[in-house]
Design a binder for this molecule. Sequence first.
Ligand code: CU
Length: 368
Amino acid sequence: MSVNEMDHDDEERLLQSNQENDHEEFRASPASKYSKTFWHSFLLFITFIASIFSFVALEHRWKHPFTIPKISSQEVCEHATARPSWHSLPLHRRHAYTRAVQRLTTIPSRLGLNTSLYDDFTYIHIQLTWQVHHVAVSLPFHRYFVHVFEQTLQDEGGYDGLMPYWDWTLDAQSPLDSPIWDSWAGFGGNGSEAADSCVEEGILGRIAKPANYSECGYKPHCVKRVFDDSKQYGMLHSKQWNKEIVKHIIEGSKTYDELREGLENGPHRHLHLGIGGEMPTASSTNDPLFFLHHSQIDRLWWLWQQRNPKTRNVEFFGPTALSDDSTEPIRASLHDSIKMLGLAHDIAVGDVMTTKSELLCYKYKLEL
Ligand SMILES: [Cu+2]
């Protein structure tokens, strides 16, 4: 008998005995057979559920490679709180705000960059500059951008208030005396001549490495201000952002595009130009004044909307970033997406047309 034959016989005997055992088992205990089948199916079911979960998790991770904080999402915003005017905040609250901003410069990037969470905002503003300025989406983009900053200040900067706005019309008579320049309860003033226009006081002086990105890419540098005392526009161009000018735009703009254009090329632009230095560039976000300035622009759009909310809360049109390259004019739409490049979720313009929505929940005082 060969070795192979012996193996074959052994195998057959083993198989027979197993089958007998199986039959024995079946005859002896039908319940245990059922319980075995149950456990097999149960295990299969668990494996199936587990694979679905891991697929969903992987898919999510692929789409959102960074930890994106949940942006507040109320079912209905019933009690919107008013964002405060910088001028109305007590000094210690103003200081607390600057401390929270400062904290963001010490927290690692949410985008996975080698720089800070604060730098993320500048990085994104530079990346998107050509898509979000001088086009219809300019106002909704900045509304959402400021909201993401406000949430970040609250969640990671330890700030327990709403985003303040800088109503510069209150300072138009005497721009240099604005409380905004205070070095403890504000953002410091003009750049220092001795330091090549770098701002050395206030929060910008306290930050070890003030800014990491400029229009040219990664470039650690100080933040500059070069106040412009223009003959034509006045100190810091204040003749272009006083109350009369703003009133004229809000009361005179019949359409969204007219308002957007009036604000963006008027007070908005002249404030950036008047402060000078970093402010009139794509990396203007490096100057923390950016967010208070844009909160104010957001407020002016909001005030215009309140004058006819039914129409103006859905009125959105004007040029898009693609208009120039296309033979057919492309119409801006409420479905246009607002990208946040991983800093927060992308949304649609329609999601931020009102500040009392599933996404946003704030208001401003009604008076101009
Ligand atoms: Cu901008």
